[in-house]
Write a protein that binds this ligand. Structure first.
Ligand code: GUN
Length: 285
């Protein structure tokens, strides 16, 4: 079997058209969704991500505010800026690009963002709401994965989902979203014994480990759905995922490529969350 490629770029474009329409509607009601992005220091990858977020805002007709802070900025100064944005009615989403410099406590920063503007879905209140199936901002990459499957017509209820990786940003929350949709979920990680045994049970396999070509043909059941969250560089500097695409594509039923798979969905869902926050702000007034 050769897998069907899940075209994340195409699905992201379709979703962005829907979001642009929602932005139009909100503008007619007098609200322009606004996203503030805080970038601390000069991490090259972070700067690229932040630039892409700004570009996406502009394309969808949203306001974006980029706040750049020096690597040496104090935690107090950063928290004061977040507080100011929490109070600003023109800002509906606040995102602090991670990672932060070592002298700043990430947990404190995340918890200082108002849960009603936490469009990353990282605040413990939003995580708790997500876990209990309440309305919440869902973290963007996990949410994007669920939308990819929905748009591809892949059902989730009753499926065995195996998540490889347990980060707070992707692994843990994506497993929870699958559980919320009645999947049976197994988490695997660096201490898992006999990884292959587990991954071979997967109807849907999520690779979120950050190691190039980690998931090989031997890890995959015939016809499985393979979602590759990795964004790595191989030894030649070429972008690659966590899945050995060329061998796995011959065995899987569906597979996301890298690039143009999960990646384009992350920013799309950030835009979705920002528009949703702006809509909620109308309901509150
Ligand atoms: N760094 C890498 N991914 C992310 C993300 O989704 N949100 C934030 N804030 N920082 C990140």
């Amino acid at each position: 079997m050769t897998a069907q490629i899940i075209n994340g770029k195409e699905i992201a474009e379709k979703k962005r058209l829907e979001i642009a329409k929602e932005v139009e509607r909100l503008k007619e009601l007098g609200v322009t969704p606004g996203l503030a992005v805080i970038l601390v220091g000069n991490n090259h990858a972070s700067r690229t991500y932040v630039n892409n977020k700004e570009k996406a805002c502009k394309e969808l007709g949203m306001n974006s505010l980029l706040i750049e802070m020096q690597e040496e900025v104090s935690e107090e100064e950063l928290l004061a800026k977040i507080n100011e944005l929490n109070e600003n009615p023109e800002i509906h989403g606040i995102l602090v690009q991670l990672p932060l410099p070592k002298h700043i406590e990430e947990k404190k920063v995340i918890e200082s963002i108002s849960p009603s503007k936490d469009v990353d879905g990282f605040h413990p209140i939003n995580i708790g709401r997500m876990m209990t199936g309440q309305d919440a901002f869902l973290p963007c990459t996990p949410y994007g994965i669920m939308v990819l499957l929905e748009e591809t017509g892949i059902s989730v209820a009753g499926k065995h989902v195996v998540v490889v990786g347990r980060s707070n940003i992707v692994g843990k929350p994506v497993g929870q979203l699958f559980l919320n949709q009645d999947a049976t979920v197994t988490y695997c990680h660096s201490k898992t014994k006999d990884l292959r045994f587990h991954t071979n049970q997967a109807d849907i396999l999520i690779a979120a480990v950050g190691i190039p070509n980690f998931i090989k043909e031997e890890h995959v059941k015939d016809g499985a759905v393979i979602i590759d969250v990795g964004i790595n560089r191989n030894e030649n500097g070429k972008l690659c995922g966590d899945v050995a695409f060329d061998e796995v594509v011959e065995k899987a039923g569906f597979i996301t490529p890298v690039p143009k798979g999960v990646g384009p969905m992350t920013i799309t869902m950030l835009m979705y969350n920002t528009a949703k926050s702006a809509a909620w702000s109308l309901d509150r007034n």
